[in-house]
Design a protein around this ligand. Structure first.
Ligand SMILES: CC(=O)SCCNC(=O)CCNC(=O)[C@H](O)C(C)(C)COP(=O)(O)OP(=O)(O)OC[C@H]1O[C@@H](n2cnc3c(N)ncnc32)[C@H](O)[C@@H]1OP(=O)(O)O
Ligand SMILES: CC(C)C(=O)C(=O)O
Ligand SMILES: [Mg+2]
Length: 634
């Protein structure tokens, strides 16, 4: 069998037994050069027009970039004119920002490039010449000596029309040389050509020459690039007069790693593009590099606190969407769908809020390496819910949207409802949909079955369990309570009454009269909001008497007692709905029988005339059915 992969040859590693970089760390940000408007731009289907470049340039300045490669002025009139426009418009290029432009090693093109810079305050002229065997042989037909001669000739020419030209004295000049295809160039030859260029330019410690060492094509694993950079840094002479710059491309998907290891290997500067735009698989991603530093506690000197705004501009100007999984910036990056992730994140936030984690001010949240707020993302966006989600996700959204801190049991119960819904729809449920589902499930907006219209809770003195001592007034604390109230049941109003130890149990007792026999198993309550608008939220879990069936009810009201009564009626409604085919569905009984039944029944009394409705109008069929069922002993 032929193996087509054999046409590729393994990249030979460097023999660098004393390499130092593996035990180094990155302790400060590098000098950044944003080349979005040059390397990024040259790789676009439709390169940016002047206005798009203008917008992008202003954003880069606002973000804090001090070195910006703005164009390839000899390539197009657009690039030339844009360079002129930012130089000629007062205030657009801040005094501390270097504008960099690129030219091939060709005198005519260098001349045109320098012309575009006239009047700039700080200008960085960048020229490139490919130095690998492959390029010298295939593209130029040059020997190593011929390449060196051309690089030196162009450097001298560049010098003569920039820093050596008295008419250019108003500009502070800096010079960058890129041995293009450095990553595929023999390290010894890279040193030789750069030494020659250095001698031609004559840099100083105050104004060093930039040797930009590109992985024009990423050739090998990132450690090999780091070795190449360490070799260069330790073998080039007059290191103090040199700024070693990186320019990694991402052909093997390792550009970020290569840039990081190569900084450990001694580089001072990094060239790249926001979100890794650039030739083929892109330049190294400057957002990732900067925020990687940030999450190590090192401020990168670039402000990504409103990353969404950056994304907007980048997407509009590049006409390429940012991948939803792009590090830091992707829309799905600060989202968790899966249950166990949501659970851990939620617990992390709770611990942080309560100061319960032992990390003081340090960011320690499971699954989230960065506080989304630091890049302008909201917490709401973090947890999203689909059929892969657990109780924590929906509970988080209910907490955020409705300010309801659901007890664990209710989280479990509601999660089943959410999961079923998401599964049926086959998609994510939006947070509005989840909060609406909660309101509907627990009848928060309206309870079509039971609505409490009026009620009073009184002490039932008729049943004194603790006889008062002689000469003392009756002790009321332990006396039963009596619920008397008007409850709209399926739209019609009835008077219910019942006894119990407190308001909830007396209403529960009243409900027995309509065939709803619930025991309260759990009760939780908390306040919502504060000041005058404060409300009580009550959660009641009930078991159906004599069964293991459990239902939850939720009530919200300014009055804490009424909130708990509403919660019980919410549970009662859930109970009825959870029992399809139960006694509720038996056929209706005649009204006359019903009236008799109502009178007989201790719990349910149709009022003579409440809100203009007569009891003789009858009660809804399902309740009628309950009564019928009761009468039948079901
Ligand atoms: C890795 C990088 O990103 S490098 C930057 C790449 N960016 C760009 O190329 C974007 C802008 N480029 C352009 O607008 C054009 O390519 C220009 C203006 C630079 C040159 O355009 P053209 O003169 O039409 O040449 P073209 O690009 O087609 O081909 C390059 C030619 O220059 C030759 N060449 C390259 N470098 C040199 C040099 N230093 N001296 C003399 N000739 C050179 C090549 O061998 C080739 O010659 P050939 O046509 O005889 O084979
Ligand atoms: C011009 C050089 C720096 C370049 O873009 C590259 O080699 O990738
Ligand atoms: Mg490049």
């Amino acid at each position: 069998l032929k193996d087509p992969s054999k046409k590729y040859k393994k990249f030979p590693p460097l023999n660098l037994p004393n390499r130092q970089w593996p035990s180094k760390t990155i302790d400060k940000p590098p000098r950044w050069l944003a080349t979005d408007l040059r390397d990024g731009n040259q790789s676009l289907v439709d390169p940016m027009n002047g206005d798009e470049k203008w917008r992008y340039f202003k954003m880069l300045v606002e973000l804090g970039y001090k070195e910006i490669e703005v164009s390839f002025p000899s390539a197009s009139q657009t690039d030339f004119d844009f360079t002129r426009r930012i130089i000629e418009t007062p205030g657009v290029v801040p005094d501390d920002v270097w504008i960099q432009v690129l030219s091939p090693c060709r005198e005519d093109l260098i001349r045109r490039t320098v012309d575009s810079l006239k009047g700039a305050k700080k200008a960085l002229l960048h020229i490139y010449l490919a130095t690998s065997d492959c390029f010298r042989r295939i593209v130029f037909g040059f020997t190593q000596e011929e390449s060196i001669d051309l690089a030196v000739k162009c450097t001298k020419f560049a010098r003569s029309i920039t820093k050596d030209d008295p008419s250019q004295a108003g500009t502070e000049w800096a010079f960058e040389f890129s041995p293009e295809t450095f990553s595929d160039t023999s390290p010894e030859f890279a040193i030789r050509i750069c030494e020659a260029v250095k001698a031609a330019w004559e840099p100083t410690t105050e104004n060093p020459i930039i040797f930009n060492l590109p992985a024009t094509v990423e050739m090998a694993t990132p450690n090999v690039y780091a070795d190449q950079i360490e070799y260069f840094c330790t073998n080039i002479t007059e290191r103090e007069k040199i700024c070693v710059s990186l320019h990694p491309h991402n052909d093997r998907g390792c550009a970020v790693a290569a840039a990081e290891l190569a900084q450990m290997a001694g580089a001072d500067r990094v060239e790249g593009c926001l979100f890794g735009n650039g030739e083929r698989t892109g330049n190294v991603d400057l957002v990732t590099l900067a925020l990687n530093l940030y999450t190590q506690g090192i401020y990168p000197n670039i402000d990504f606190s409103n990353l969404n705004r950056v994304i907007d501009t980048v997407e509009i100007c590049n006409k390429i969407p940012i991948h939803p999984r792009a590090p830091y910036g992707g829309s799905l990056v600060v989202c968790a769908f899966s249950g166990s992730h949501q659970d851990a994140i939620k617990k992390g936030f709770e611990a942080r809020k309560e100061g319960a984690n032992a990390y003081d001010d340090q960011w320690v949240i499971p699954y989230l390496p960065l506080d989304p707020q630091d890049i302008g993302r909201t917490y709401e966006a973090i947890i999203r819910v689909n059929s892969q989600s657990g109780k924590g996700g929906a509970a988080w959204i209910i907490l955020r949207k409705l300010e309801l801190d659901l007890p664990r049991g209710l989280q479990v119960a509601f999660s089943r409802v959410v999961q079923k819904n998401a599964d049926e729809l086959g998609r994510e449920l939006l947070s509005d949909e989840i909060s609406q589902l909660f309101e509907k499930t627990y009848f928060l907006k309206e309870n079509p079955r039971f609505n409490i219209l009026d009620y009073s809770i009184s002490i039932d003195r008729s049943a004194s369990p603790v006889p008062p001592a002689s000469g003392k007034t009756q002790e009321t604390r332990n006396l039963p309570r009596r619920f008397e109230g008007i409850v709209a049941i399926d739209g019609k109003e009835y008077q219910l009454s019942g006894r119990g130890n407190g308001p909830i149990s007396s209403l529960a007792n009243a409900l027995k009269g309509v065939g709803i026999d619930l025991d309260v198993a759990d009760y939780r309550e908390h306040s919502i909001g504060g000041g005058r608008g404060v409300k009580a939220a009550t959660y009641i879990e009930c078991t159906a008497s004599g069964t293991s069936q459990k239902v939850w009810g939720v009530g919200i009201h300014e009055d804490v007692v009424q909130s708990s009564l509403i919660a019980l009626l919410s549970a009662a409604s859930s109970f009825i709905l959870s029992r399809p085919g139960s006694p509720i569905t038996v056929k209706a009984i005649p009204r006359r029988t019903l009236s008799q039944e109502l009178e007989l029944n201790d719990g349910l009394k149709a009022p003579d005339n409440v809100n203009g409705q007569k009891s003789s109008e009858g009660v809804p069929s399902n309740l009628v059915n309950i009564l019928e069922a009761k009468a039948n002993g079901m």
